[in-house]
Design a protein around this ligand. Structure first.
Ligand code: FAD
Length: 408
């Protein structure tokens, strides 16, 4: 395959945003931070490496340009392009992709979709310039899906023109919050309460820690430590004890409160307002499916085709589709050749396939025989039982299954 053919195929597989994907692929493959795996690292080292990788991505000039487009009112193609970038970064390192999703997609999505133009400049422009990072705090211990029923409170105090963010019960603790151990601000979903009356869930920007890591008064974070996976992402619990934030920290696109404590919203019905707010956040939820797709491509591009090192970063250089095509082409070429004994490889493989099929065809009979032997108590006394024979034959490292599972 010559260079021209390779690049046109790669472009075809990358789709509309091949140029930016190529730029990321190039930048990541040249970056030292992405050259080693995180399997042998401690939890803290893993999280630090993920954070460094994220900062590296955010510093890339074309990434910064892309993020600043997020601030524009009309963002043609922005979401699709973001999905392309997400997929590529997730295939290089899933934890970095997820952390990027939390900071720019979830926190950034909340500020940009629920905030006023001034709020976007104040709370998101600095993220695109890497001055601070954010987190998204919607899920509570009691539930994640029932957003309408969140328990965290935001009471308006007219005397100081502040909101008081409070966790009234254990069920209200914000849970599984990504970037909770490192981020500076949180987009917190809470019931907006004015004069004792709830206006439904709204989103507030709450300072968590300053740039030196000093916690904001009344905020507690608890490290959730190891998870089943994605350990490069620092998920934690947030608890608010009467945390005071300025009135301007309510993201006001769908509802705001005047200094006198009057609530106003362009959407009159409480229910429609809630739907409008959640609809604005839909693209970032879709990002999860893109991440899942990247995980599948990553697995299928690494399984069986590469050694441990390549297994962690092969997809940095090639998309799975491209790899699959190239493997397919090579395999076809190999099959067309002849083996060492002069027989065409295709013929040889067909013969082996026939042989394997006849062995497989004999399985039901063998199974029946084993079962009957077992029923007669043959596993031990006959020396013919499956268990005994399996034990004798099992190579080291193979886990033996109890007889009852062998029929599966
Ligand atoms: C690794 C990880 C990172 C995360 N990061 C964040 C984050 O940064 N910020 C954040 O806010 N959240 C985060 N989450 C939380 C995540 O968004 C929630 O797990 C998710 O919203 C589901 O909520 P839940 O786990 O409380 O499940 P529940 O809401 O308790 O739901 C449990 C099950 O019941 C089903 N169910 C719920 N209600 C109904 C109903 N009415 N009818 C039928 N079925 C129903 C659900 O579909 C689900 O299958 C993270 C979670 C994980 C695992």
């Amino acid at each position: 395959m010559d260079q021209k053919q390779t690049s046109s195929l790669a472009r075809y597989l990358d789709g509309e945003f091949w140029e930016i994907k190529d730029a990321f692929r190039d930048a990541i493959s040249k970056c030292e931070l992405f050259q080693s795996s995180s399997y042998d690292l401690t939890l803290d080292q893993n999280r630090d490496l993920t954070a460094e990788r994220l900062y590296h991505i955010l510093r890339l000039p074309f990434m910064r340009e892309h993020l600043q487009n997020q601030l524009k009112e009309k963002q043609i193609g922005f979401i699709n392009k973001s999905f392309g970038i997400t997929e590529l970064i997730c295939s290089a390192d899933m934890a970095t992709g997820v952390k990027l999703g939390v900071v720019c997609g979830l926190y950034g999505g909340a500020v940009n979709n629920l905030g006023s133009p001034e709020q976007k400049m104040k709370w998101y422009l600095p993220v695109s310039e890497l001055q601070f990072t954010g987190m998204f705090a919607m899920t509570e211990r009691g539930h994640g899906s029932n957003v309408r029923g969140i328990i965290t409170e935001a009471r308006y105090d007219q005397s100081t023109q502040e909101f008081i963010i409070h966790t009234p019960s254990e069920d209200a603790q914000k849970m599984y919050i990504g970037n909770a151990l490192k981020g500076n601000y949180a987009a917190v979903f809470a019931q907006l309460i004015i004069n004792g009356e709830s206006q439904g869930p709204h989103c507030f920007i709450v300072p968590i820690r300053d740039l030196n890591g000093v916690m904001w008064p009344g905020v507690t974070t608890i490290d959730m430590k190891h998870k089943e996976g994605l350990n490069g992402v620092d998920n934690g619990i947030l608890i608010f004890n009467n945390v005071r934030i300025p009135r301007e920290n309510l993201l006001g696109k769908f509802g705001s409160v005047s200094a006198e404590g009057l609530y106003s919203s362009p959407v009159l019905s409480k229910s429609s307002r809630f739907n409008a707010m959640l609809a604005a956040l839909t693209p970032t939820r879709l990002g999860l499916t893109v991440q899942a797709m990247a995980a599948m491509k990553r697995t299928s591009s690494s399984e069986g085709y590469s050694g441990p090192r390549l297994r962690c970063c092969s997809s940095v250089f090639l998309t799975c589709g491209f790899l699959r095509v190239s493997v397919h082409v090579r395999l076809r070429g190999w099959l067309q050749g002849v083996s060492e004994d002069g027989i065409p490889r295709v013929k040889k493989i067909q013969k082996e396939r026939k042989c394997l099929l006849s062995i497989v065809a004999g399985f039901p009979f063998a199974k029946q025989l084993c079962t009957r032997t077992h029923i007669r108590g043959g596993t031990k006394s006959h020396g013919f039982g499956t268990k005994t024979r399996m034990s004798a034959q099992a190579p080291p490292g193979v886990i033996e299954k109890p007889h009852s599972q062998l029929s599966g």
